[in-house]
Design a protein around this ligand. Structure first.
Ligand code: PGA
Length: 243
């Protein structure tokens, strides 16, 4: 399967950055699927700038309701209307900053699916949980409670201690966790779980991408910091194996 190389811009980026970044992505390799997830106000300008290209656009969150009195939130149907086809849900920064629970994420995921968006559900353990030997149990539990019945989308394994730190798990630990996630998805989702893309995220850089993306059950990457520079983002994409 083609790998998905996704950039999570988090709370970075300005309107002035969009045209140049989109133009630089014209050099994207054709053997992968490329996705940019900027802050909400950049979705429409990015959709315009990327029109006619194969590069996909995603949001970083959505509300569980399709509309209503929810000040400051953004509904999945509007995200779809803005030109996005993906939405990242349950990122550890949202779980931490906004107290999002697995149940919240499951509800948002259902809303995303109803709106025609492909959800990317983030899971991952803290360093203390890994040190205590609980990483796989934590991730299995997050999957069990964050994915609604009938889930069809992407899962991203992002160990919290690897996000923005320059540290990554060993390739053995990543391969083990991705095998665990594959087994859990197959149990939960049946045949869909056997083909669900499982991304790795957390300090992916041009220097480590080839080794990480070559691992079994790694179907791409979710990239924070290194997705902000088009050259680094494209270098990571170029290092993905052909599916
Ligand atoms: P990072 O972030 O690549 O900067 O570690 C990854 C993420 O949080 O999605």
């Amino acid at each position: 399967m083609r790998q998905l190389i996704a950039g999570n811009w988090k709370m970075h980026g300005r309107l002035k950055d969009v045209a140049g970044f989109a133009a630089a992505l014209g050099a994207a390799p054709a053997h992968i699927d490329l996705l940019v997830c900027p802050p909400f106000p950049l979705l429409v300008p990015f959709a315009t700038a990327l029109a006619g290209t194969a590069i996909a656009l995603g949001a970083q969150d959505c509300h569980a309701r399709p509309e209503g009195a929810h000040t400051g939130d953004v509904a999945a149907p509007l995200i779809r209307e803005a030109g996005a086809t993906y939405v990242i849900l349950g990122h550890s920064e949202r779980r931490a900053d906004h107290g999002e629970t697995n149940a919240d994420i499951a509800a948002k995921t259902s809303a995303a699916l109803s709106a025609g968006l492909t959800p990317i559900i983030c899971v991952g353990e803290t360093e203390a949980e890994r040190d205590a030997g609980q990483a796989e149990d934590i991730v299995r539990s997050q999957l069990m409670h964050s994915l609604p019945p009938g889930f069809a989308g992407v899962v991203a394994y992002e160990p919290i201690w690897a996000i923005g730190t320059g540290r990554t798990p060993s390739v053995t630990d990543i391969a083990t966790m991705h095998a665990t996630i594959r087994a859990a998805l197959t149990t939960q989702l049946g045949p869909t779980g056997a083909t669900t893309r499982i991304l790795y995220g957390g300090s992916v850089k041009p220097a480590n991408a080839a080794a990480l993306l070559a691992l079994p059950n790694v179907g791409g990457a979710l990239i924070g910091g290194a997705s902000l520079a088009a050259a680094d983002f494209l270098a990571i994409a170029a290092s993905a194996p052909r599916g």
